[in-house]
Design a protein around this ligand. Structure first.
Ligand code: PGA
Length: 258
């Protein structure tokens, strides 16, 4: 049985005051929801405040990136050890914005994934194709390449410790979400790839969908058999939207392994 996970990705938004206000609205509303898991991935400078606001709640703390190194002369870096020390449970690695804007390569993403696992964080590994790649029919090839970089470097055992988020680049922040069927097709492919790579319990793997998830489309996406929840960008900054998406995860049926 897979429990749904909804993780907010606040990206580089907000102030201390707005983050506090957002959590004051979200945390009590999520408290009664016991049948799904929740997290928020905040910007680094807000992690301390968010950690305090989430203390004792059913919402886990996450970060949006991590340095591949554990400590030392890496000015500006934030290590997995530091994130773990702050109480983070999750960290996003390989988000398409990191890949496109900051040049994170498949190899660097694999190193970041490994650093997260070394410090017992759960990496949320983002994969996904651009519009041009989808239109030229290479979606699976791209997703396989991104997964294989991590599998090759970290091995199947490390794979059991993470979450995969399928985020088609053309759906991120565009208002144009993948249809439930498009998401399902890639999620099924990802699960098969994890099984082929030697992940013993690919059936138990948590595979999130991200890209313009909102209250209005969450239930249909989460109803797909291989969609185990969502990584939510823009809508996670609006308390009512995020709470409604979390409620949709809570009410959607748990997937029972066949
Ligand atoms: P979006 O972003 O929900 O705003 O499309 C998702 C993400 O980038 O994780």
């Amino acid at each position: 049985m897979r429990i749904k996970l909804v993780a907010g990705n606040w990206k580089m938004n907000g102030t201390l005051a707005s983050s506090r206000a957002l959590l004051e609205a979200v945390v009590p509303a999520l408290a009664p929801l016991k049948r799904a898991n929740f997290a928020v991935c905040s910007p680094f400078p807000h992690l301390g405040l968010v950690q305090q606001a989430l203390r004792g709640s059913n919402v886990a703390l996450g970060a949006q990136d991590v340095c591949q190194h554990d400590n030392g002369a890496y000015t500006g870096g934030v290590s997995a050890a530091m994130l773990a020390d702050l109480g983070c449970r999750y960290v996003i690695v390989g988000h398409s914005e990191r890949r496109a804007v900051f040049g994170d390569s498949d190899e660097l993403v694999a190193l970041k994934y490994a650093a997260a696992v070394r410090h017992r964080l759960t990496p949320i590994l983002c994969v996904g194709e651009t519009l041009a790649e989808r239109e030229s029919g290479v979606t699976e090839k791209v997703v396989a390449r991104q997964l294989d970089a991590v599998i090759g470097h970290c091995g199947a055992a490390a794979l059991e410790r993470g979450v995969v988020a399928y985020e088609p680049v053309w759906a991120i922040g565009t208002g144009r979400n993948a249809t439930p069927e498009q998401a399902q097709a890639v999620h099924e492919y990802v699960r098969g790839r994890l099984a082929a790579a030697g992940r013993r319990m690919a059936d138990a793997a948590c595979i999130l969908y991200g890209g313009s998830v909102k209250a209005a489309n969450a239930a249909q996406l989460f109803a797909m058999p291989d969609v185990d929840g969502g990584l939510i960008g823009g809508a996670s900054l609006v308390a009512g939207e995020f709470v409604a998406i979390c409620r949709a995860a809570q009410s959607s049926k748990e997937t029972v392994k066949s």
